[in-house]
Design a protein. Sequence first.
Length: 382
Amino acid sequence: MYQLKRVETQKDWEDFIDLPWMIYLDYPHWVPPLRVAIKDMLNVRKNPFFKHAVMFPLLAYRGDECVGRIMGIIDDNHNNFHKEKTAFFGFFECIDDQALANLFLDEIAKWAATKGMNLLRGPMNLSTNHECGLLIEGFEDSPTVNNVYNPPYYAKLIEQWGFKKAKDLYAYIIDGRSPSFSNLLLAQAEKLKKSSSVTFRTIDMKNFDKEVEMIHEIYNQAWEENWGFVPLSKEEFKHMAKDMKAIIDPELLLVAEVKGNPVGFTLTIPDVNQILKKIKNGKLFPLGFFKLLWNLKGPGKRSAMNRCRILTLGIKKEFRPLGIGPLLYAELLKRGPALGYPVGEASWILEDNEPMNRALVHMGAQKTKVYRLYDKAINTTV
């Protein structure tokens, strides 16, 4: 009934990239990605991720119609860092047919086993440093930038194959217009900031490369003990920073300093998905580029985007007792609305990161989405 094909030709890659437009035809909250961005991500010559990783992309056809896609991924950096033999699956899109999902996942498991892997985890597009997780709660809202959206039936397809929950990831909405984040709480944060000698500054765009190097150092130190974390090489970090530079609002990217020394940062970016949703076909030409440019740089910049995403927040371990994490959130809540972003999404937060989950709830944040990562042991005798 179905024919699987490894992605090899230019036409194959076009089918791989185009498929979501068929899957999400009746899903109004899906945000079309920019096709050029997906091509860049999956270009093994351009993306430094593939200097330490390999992929195994597959398509499924029913007759001449493309009805599914999936990718197997093995990241040597992840396995070396965690002392594991884990393969990942990602870029999973599939019609609602358990037989096809089983066929896909069986094939990825066989491939992974031939490479010596004993665990399959996902979905990951491509790692925890990229889009990851399966949306299982929060389908009534569009995803923020660099987050996934998927049909509700995907969980059934994945779980019936035998996957079990590995970890849940939470997304919280912080609404600066809400009275739940009181002036008293802001005053307490300001008092704590002064008593701990913490100051905040925005990123210096004139010295962007130097700032990126500093943030990269903090990022790898701050996240090294987190579940699923994989250190980013300088080349990878610079590659990601280059991609984000066009959409950064420097007044939202804050660096925390103690006595003048950088000890933490938050990468908060405007929710450009609010613009991408208007570019229905995912193409920048002929008109998409002008829509993007107008909304990012023109008079409508901040009116076009009233939401931002707190993508990453990292604090050096020895400075966490100062409470800098909640202070950064408080600082963003004060600055965001003034800059035209009254709403922010903090995502994602590991389900067992109790200090951060507790702090967000205390600030009046509302958990609005849950993403799930799945694990399954695979047969290594293949």
